[in-house]
Design a protein around this ligand. Structure first.
Ligand SMILES: [Zn+2]
Length: 258
């Protein structure tokens, strides 16, 4: 094959200027020890159901961040809570990565346990990364001065030109597809990468909500919309045979629906 043609194909299929490589997925528990969601967060769960699911003492959970290595790019999905005991940066360090090696970050939504790790002492942590935020989500948190928290202001200032606000029709790099899954927050969005679906906060209690998506955690801002999104996403995962990873799943393994 003509060398120029080979180079052209390389440019078209890779999402950066680094050589293409296989996609690799890391699920990073940001919390240093196992977490449990109190059952009371999920409203009126009948005792009989709680006992049958063995969740009467709470539902196993986590605060997780996903790192996808694709086409030589380091892609982060959310950034954890940024607490002093946060495990994200130590995990990256173990892989030989420094924060400046992250090329892009895709946010599912803008709750503190997802954006806290982006900022340290008012400065951006991931100095070279483009920060992709769904426009519906960003707009919702910046509509009025009163709706804009100090965290969000600091984030916008710190990431400046590296912040990329995207709409539903916009193409994302590296073959990533954004799928709106509104309800948990106004612009909550999940991401498809190949046969992987990163579902953000579509479920806070997998042990309950996989079989009973009608239950909402108290954190879901619009409960009816959350239920509809959860059912729709679970249906898509099942019909497409996707592997699902979530930011509050208690496992680093992919969850699939037969
Ligand atoms: Zn969350």
């Amino acid at each position: 094959m003509n060398l120029w043609l080979v180079m052209l194909i390389g440019v078209l299929t890779s999402c950066g200027n680094k050589p293409a490589s296989e996609m690799k997925m890391h699920v990073i528990f940001d919390n240093p020890s196992p977490r449990t969601m109190p059952l009371a967060l999920f409203g009126e769960v009948p005792d009989s159901l709680a006992t049958a699911l063995n969740i009467q003492d709470g539902i196993p959970s986590s605060v997780s961040v996903m790192l996808v290595e694709k086409d030589g790019q380091q892609l982060l999905f959310d950034a954890g809570n940024g607490n002093d005991d946060s495990q994200l940066l130590p995990y990256l360090q173990n892989l030989g990565l420094s924060p400046s090696d992250i090329d892009a970050i895709f946010l599912t939504h803008m709750h503190g346990d997802h954006i806290g790790g982006l900022i340290k002492d008012g400065q951006k942590v991931f100095t070279q990364a483009k920060l992709y935020i769904p426009s519906v989500e960003l707009d919702a948190w910046t509509q009025t001065p009163e709706s804009t928290s100090q965290n969000v202001k600091t984030l916008i200032d710190a990431y400046g030109e590296n912040l990329v606000k995207f709409g539903a029709e916009d193409k994302l790099p590296c073959g990533i597809e954004a799928i709106p899954a509104y309800g948990h927050t106004p612009g909550h969005t999940v991401y498809q990468v190949g046969d992987i679906l990163i579902v953000g906060d579509i479920m806070h209690g997998v042990a309950l909500q996989m079989a009973h998506p009608e239950f909402c955690a108290r954190f879901d801002m619009d409960q009816n919309q959350s239920i509809a999104s959860r059912k729709s996403i679970l249906e898509q995962v099942s019909s497409n045979g996707w592997k699902m990873y979530g930011m509050h799943f208690p496992t680093t393994e992919a969850v699939m629906i037969p």
